[in-house]
Ligand binder design. Structure first.
Ligand SMILES: [Zn+2]
Ligand SMILES: [Zn+2]
Length: 138
């Protein structure tokens, strides 16, 4: 009886150790993969991490993000998008172009987008800029 329990405990421990080993091997393998891969592959692997600025079309990597303000609402939230580090604050080199009316967004303007929250992902749909989209205010 005691031997039976011992065998159970030992085999259980072995299974746990094997699982831990597998886990660590997998982790170190992943670390190695991302370490050697190029920047593009890395961002492509991270779903949703790779973004393109909706105003100037610049590819944004790493900590470069589109500056936006989220206004939570129901059923959908609204978002004011100011631009990425390349085009905001507005400069003469990279202009912010509204993806809806194709006009240059004024320096003090922004783009308005609707945010659809779906399980697992968030979809941002640009409605227009301060020039072409008028928010329905009561
Ligand atoms: Zn931009
Ligand atoms: Zn517009």
């Amino acid at each position: 009886m005691i031997i039976d329990i011992l065998v159970l405990v030992v085999s259980g421990t072995i299974v746990v150790i094997l699982l831990l080993l597998l886990f660590f091997v997998e982790r170190s393998g992943h670390l190695r993969e991302t370490g050697t891969s190029s920047c593009e592959e890395e961002t492509a692997g991270n779903l949703g991490k790779s973004t393109k600025c909706p105003l100037c079309g610049s590819n944004l990597y790493g900590n470069k993000r589109v500056k936006s303000v989220l206004f939570p609402g129901k059923p959908d939230s609204m978002m004011e998008i100011n631009g990425c580090p390349y085009c905001y604050p507005s400069n003469s080199e990279i202009s912010r172009v509204c993806p809806v009316c194709r006009k240059i967004v004024p320096a003090d303007g922004h783009v308005i987008a609707r945010v659809f929250k779906k399980p697992g992902k968030t979809h941002v749909h640009v409605l227009g800029c301060t020039g072409c989209y008028k928010r329905k205010t009561p």
